[in-house]
Design a protein around this ligand. Structure first.
Ligand SMILES: NC(=O)c1ccc[n+]([C@@H]2O[C@H](COP(=O)([O-])OP(=O)(O)OC[C@H]3O[C@@H](n4cnc5c(N)ncnc54)[C@H](OP(=O)(O)O)[C@@H]3O)[C@@H](O)[C@H]2O)c1
Length: 324
């Protein structure tokens, strides 16, 4: 295939696009979105076929496949418990995955690269709504420090590549993501799949009370994976700036509202007990999405209750093979 030079504007739909992590929550949504947009040459490898922690295997894959564009949705990801239990691996695995991908991309002339960071890499005390320029301004949340430092290194590498090689590589910082294909493992999951599983099991077993941590009062923001994927394609088509771009909905719910909505969807008729002896975590984490909306993206298409219902039904349909 002839080497493609990207000169701005929408990514040509015959570009060879490698979606790293294409079977994960975000990667599978990206794959669906790119297919729907008419991309005809998508490439994906699961971690059994290509372990991205292996620099040589990653370099050989790029040399053989020669993608024009890469979206990095491959990462070691998990909730608070997983981060606390595997902090060293979260740091080491994520650093290696992204360094190997970015080194191989530069070496083989990949024209566009989208690196996915996360809203949880902002300083613990960043003013809300959190603007992109709050990155690197203060101490991190201790529970996910390893993950956050790795992701901050990825954003720094993107900036360094832009400066040194002039390549149009970019990064995005999504808020909490949920949707079909999420990880419902009881210890490794994020809040939405964790609550879906707990309320489903409680409804099934006629458990009278479900205990949740904290007061339920903190506010959180959630984006459906399909909306995130749409925003990622929008950025690849429209954005070539130095700084990362927040990707969120601009809307918040309390943790209690989220739990009540999921309980209702799962048919749980018992009581939700808030264990106020447990910590709440940060009270608000809303992202400032004015950079993204200013570029012309939005509003997101999937309202939270609709997305939660669809995710619950995906969980029911895939219980036999969901991860965990
Ligand atoms: N989920 C969220 O709430 C959230 C929020 C903000 C940002 N993000 C970002 O979005 C990206 C994707 O997250 P996700 O939620 O989609 O996670 P996920 O569902 O756990 O998917 C992660 C993917 O990474 C792949 N992967 C992990 N280790 C690998 C390795 N050593 N070699 C090759 N592939 C490997 C996995 O491949 P296999 O399945 O084949 O093992 C999987 O497809 C991450 O960068 C994350 O930081 C996620």
């Amino acid at each position: 295939m002839a080497f493609m030079q990207w000169h701005g504007g929408p990514l040509p739909r015959d570009s060879r696009v490698y979606v790293a992590g294409h079977r994960g929550l975000v990667g599978s949504a990206l794959w669906r979105r790119l297919r729907a947009a008419g991309f005809t040459d998508l490439v994906g490898r699961d971690s059994a076929e290509l372990d991205l922690r292996d620099a040589r295997a990653t370099a050989e894959f790029f040399a053989g496949t020669r993608p024009h564009a890469v979206i990095d949705a491959a990462a070691r990801v998990g909730g608070i418990a997983a981060n606390a239990a595997h902090g060293a691996e979260f740091l080491s695995d994520n650093l290696r995955i992204q360094v190997n991908l970015l080194d191989a991309a530069v070496a083989t002339g990949v024209q566009r690269f989208l690196f996915l960071g996360s809203s949880c890499i902002y300083p613990k005390a960043a003013p809300v709504p959190i603007r992109e320029d709050a990155l690197f301004t203060g101490p991190l949340e201790v529970t996910n420090e390893g993950y956050a430092v790795a992701k901050l290194a990825g954003i720094t590498q993107i900036t360094a590549i832009r400066r040194q090689y002039g390549l149009p590589y970019i990064s995005a910082l999504p808020t909490n993501v949920y949707g079909p294909g999420d990880n419902f493992h009881p210890e490794a999951s994020h809040v939405v799949p964790g609550l879906i599983r707990r309320f489903h099991e409680a409804a099934r077993d006629h458990t009278p009370v479900v205990h949740c941590w904290g007061t339920g009062l903190p506010l959180r923001e959630f984006i459906h994976a399909d909306d995130l994927a749409d925003a990622c394609l929008f950025l690849l088509d429209n954005y070539d700036g130095d700084g990362p771009v927040n990707v969120g909905t601009g809307q918040e719910v309390t943790v209690a509202e989220l739990a009540t909505t999921i309980a209702g969807i799962a048919g749980f008729r018992g009581e939700i007990h808030w264990d106020t002896s447990q910590p709440d975590g940060t009270y608000r984490k809303l992202l400032d999405v004015s950079r993204l909306t200013g570029l012309g993206w939005g509003p997101p298409a999937i309202a939270l209750p609709d997305g939660l219902k669809a995710t619950y039904h995906w969980f029911l349909d895939n219980q036999s093979n969901y991860r965990g």
